[in-house]
Design a protein around this ligand. Structure first.
Ligand code: NOJ
Ligand code: MG
Length: 604
């Protein structure tokens, strides 16, 4: 009875918010209404834990000078958007000087901005505007390689002084009948073909784990560490709040230079020139990587110690969850604040609720105690979440991503439900696609997820005034854009913003996270339950992962009461019983295909 009473209060409270998604202030009020003094004893979360990190892919965010490619002034003009979303940090993909073969991940000057994006002054202006708006700035940082047009590489080609072994040089294994040099081993690049490129001038091969225009720096050489750490320091001095460190498993190579096993899995379709066909035991995730990163972290910690503001280190390592945990380091030797958790990229349109449960839980199964998790559903290297999970599941994907107990990363456009755009072979610019040719490019090209951002329904979606943008826009920008989604009664953007508001609650910050599966393999649930002493408001996400309508009966799920209130729901939800703010009986929650809900309840 008492319970129903409290529920009624909550319902009335939400009702007073006119049955739309409760506003930020109402959520905060919920906290103060139902929290006890115990709250004061809790460790507050730091910015890098609380925040959603919003990934800006600068080429495609906002173009200010009409050349068809985004730039820093463009980002400055859109800072209000980050504020509206409620994100507290942005990560910008590389804006350093670069010939742009890998669109900025091939750096020819680690301490300057590429003119395509602007100048160091523009950068300082951006940094200042972000600071005024309490938004942290995280730089992408690429330690593994430089561009082949970096002066270090040129000096290395010519064996000039200390630069002679800044890169990984190797003699040929021999010469074939035509007198062509033979590569030192079978190492195969991430972007297809040999990891070795012959240099006429030096008469040696150099190593490139990515494209040939991205020669790997030689981390066996201590001087290289110093150079890279000096570049890191340069940006710390410029006031950046942290780094997303690129491709860290590739930093070291085993010095035996032995062949890597080809297709030990017996895949009948394995191709000799593809990275995925080898077990990279000599070129990926070697233990020395952690030694280098630990030094980098120490440098960040010096800055943290100077003013108490954490300089955050997030690392990108495409390795399995278990070895990935090594990147947290230990209490004695901390490394990353967190490695990116890519598990949810494993979702496909065919995935069932058990798959989602497994992917969500896996991180916590292995994360060493005392650490903080992260999560994401997409980035500039992968299919967009709408394409990966299915268009109808984008709100579900955002719900799981944003309400997950950890730092969430949102790739620009996921909040709008942007989809991959098919790109013809002629328009393809990504080296990952170009390198494999017209027959296989669609499998490897990352262009489809990198098309310009949709601001409104004007020409080029308000992204640029150019006649031709660097990649074509998705045709659906006319309906899927910030302006339209802000104006619509319901939209992915509105759902997304309401999710971010929930991160301000104590239950999001301190609550537990448990998952369940119902209705065979179709319904997934994720409960964020309040610890008794802290809060009495809890919530959970409910997702129909399947394509058939279903009715979920939650009466067997521990802790879930007989009724809950709808906090938000996916776009296109047909059932009138699940209006935002309404109460649903938890023994029969109707869910249409790919529908999802966030429900709230008061713990007794
Ligand atoms: C990972 C980055 O995310 C990707 O875009 C890039 O091509 C490679 N690292 C190489 O830097
Ligand atoms: Mg390397």
């Amino acid at each position: 009875m008492k319970f129903i009473g409290v529920l009624a209060i909550c319902a009335a409270f939400l009702a007073s918010c006119t049955f739309s998604a409760p506003s930020f202030s109402s959520i905060k009020q919920l906290n103060t209404l139902y929290s006890t003094e115990k709250q004061a004893e809790l460790e507050p979360l730091d910015w890098w834990q609380r925040t959603v990190v919003y990934q800006v892919y600068p080429r495609s965010f906002q173009d200010s000078d009409g050349d068809g490619t985004g730039d820093i002034q463009g980002i400055i003009s859109r800072v209000n958007y980050f504020v509206e979303l409620g994100v507290e940090a942005i990560w910008i993909s590389p804006i350093y000087e670069s010939p742009m073969v890998d669109f900025g991940y091939d750096i020819s000057n680690f301490t300057n901005i590429d003119p395509l994006f602007g100048t160091l002054d523009d950068f300082k202006e951006l940094s200042g505007v972000l600071r005024e708006n309490n938004i942290k700035l995280i730089m992408d940082f690429v330690p593994n390689h430089s561009s082949d047009l970096h002066p270090w590489f040129n000096a290395s080609v010519h064996r000039e002084g200390k630069y002679a072994d800044y890169y990984v040089w190797k003699d040929p294994k021999g010469f074939d009948e035509q007198g062509k040099p033979i590569v030192p081993n079978n190492w195969t690049s991430v972007f297809a073909g040999s990891m070795w490129e012959w240099n006429e001038q030096r008469q040696q091969f150099y190593l490139h784990q990515f494209v040939k225009e991205q020669p790997d720096l030689n981390y066996e050489n201590r001087q290289v560490w110093n150079e890279i750490l000096a570049a890191t320091k340069f940006w710390l001095d410029m006031g950046v709040d942290g780094f997303r460190v690129d491709a860290v498993p590739h930093i070291f190579e085993n010095q035996t230079f032995l062949d890597e096993p080809f297709n030990p899995w017996g895949n009948p379709d394995a191709k000799e020139d593809e990275y995925g066909s080898y077990d990279h035991i000599y070129t990926n995730n070697l233990p020395q990587v952690l030694d280098f990163l630990a030094e980098m972290r120490m440098l960040l910690d010096v800055y943290t110690a100077s003013d108490g503001v954490v300089r955050c280190m997030m690392v990108e390592a495409a390795v399995d969850t278990v070895p990935l945990m090594g990147y947290y380091g230990t209490e004695q030797r901390p490394i990353a604040h967190f490695p990116f958790n890519f598990n949810l990229l494993g979702m496909t349109p065919e995935s069932v609720a058990d798959d989602l449960k497994w992917l969500v839980d896996r991180w916590f199964e292995y994360m060493p105690e005392g650490n903080w998790a992260s999560v994401l559903i997409g980035n500039h290297d992968n299919r967009r979440a709408s394409t990966k999970w299915s268009v109808g599941a984008i709100d579900a994907a955002n719900m799981v991503n944003i309400l997950f107990k950890g730092t969430s990363v949102t790739y620009q456009g996921e909040e709008l439900g942007m989809e991959d755009r098919w790109i013809s072979w002629e328009d393809t610019v990504d080296p990952a696609g170009c390198n494999v040719g017209p027959d296989r490019y669609e499998q490897f090209s990352r262009d489809p997820a990198r098309t310009p951002f949709h601001w409104d329904d004007s020409r080029n979606a308000g992204f640029s005034t150019a006649n031709k943008t660097w990649l074509p826009l998705h045709e659906n920008y006319l309906v899927k854009n910030v302006m339209a989604e802000n104006a619509a009664e319901e939209s992915h953007l509105k759902v997304y913003k309401s999710l971010i508001e929930l991160r301000a609650t104590n239950v999001w910050k301190y609550g537990s996270q448990t998952t369940f599966v119902l209705n065979g393999t179709s319904v997934f649930g994720m409960i964020r339950a309040a610890p008794q002493s802290v809060d009495v408001v809890s919530f959970y996400v409910l997702v129909n992962v399947g394509e058939a309508s279903t009715v979920a009966d939650l009466s067997g799920i521990e802790g879930i009461p007989e009724a809950s209130i709808v906090y938000t729901r996916s776009v296109g939800f047909e059932n009138g019983d699940t209006m935002i703010g309404s109460e649903v009986r938890t023994n029969a929650v109707p869910l249409g295909p790919r529908n999802s809900l966030v429900l709230m309840y008061l713990s007794s």
